[in-house]
Each structure stands twice: as structure tokens, then as C-alpha cells.
Unconditional design. Structure first.
Length: 74
């Protein structure tokens, strides 16, 4: 990850966690992930590179939480 991208990865990760509350990351299903990513993809205010940031942040969080869905995020 580029050094200047780190702060935005934190922002993207926090947004994902907030959207999934009150559930824990490890409790999420692949359908939850698909739904979140689809909603983000419909957000016309986000550019494609920002969606990549979201996916990267989700992958890091999921791997840290050892969530089964983390391997599905692409």
C-alpha cells in the first residue's frame, strides 16, 4: 500500500465497520459483503480507485479478524 493511501484506508475501514454495526466482522456472511459492496458501487460520488480502497480495507480487516468472508472479497 502506498504511504499516502494509508489514512484513506483507515477511513474506508471505519466506514465499513460502522455500516456493519452492531455485528462483529467474523459474524458477517458473504451476502453481507456483497450487499455492502453493491451499495458502494452504486454510490455515484465514489471513483473506481476509491472502490479499490474500500475493497483493500475490507480485506485487511477481514484477514485480521480471520473472517471466512475475507477470502471472497475481490
Amino acid at each position: 500500500m502506498r504511504e499516502d493511501a494509508h489514512p484513506w484506508s483507515v477511513v474506508r475501514a471505519e466506514g465499513f465497520v460502522k455500516a456493519m454495526q452492531p455485528r462483529r466482522l467474523a459474524e458477517l456472511t458473504p451476502a453481507d459483503i456483497d450487499c455492502y459492496l453493491a451499495a458502494q458501487g452504486r454510490n455515484t460520488g465514489l471513483r473506481p480507485w476509491q472502490l479499490v480502497q474500500i475493497v483493500d480495507a475490507m480485506q485487511m480487516l477481514g484477514q485480521t479478524a480471520e473472517a471466512a468472508w475475507a477470502v471472497r472479497v475481490e
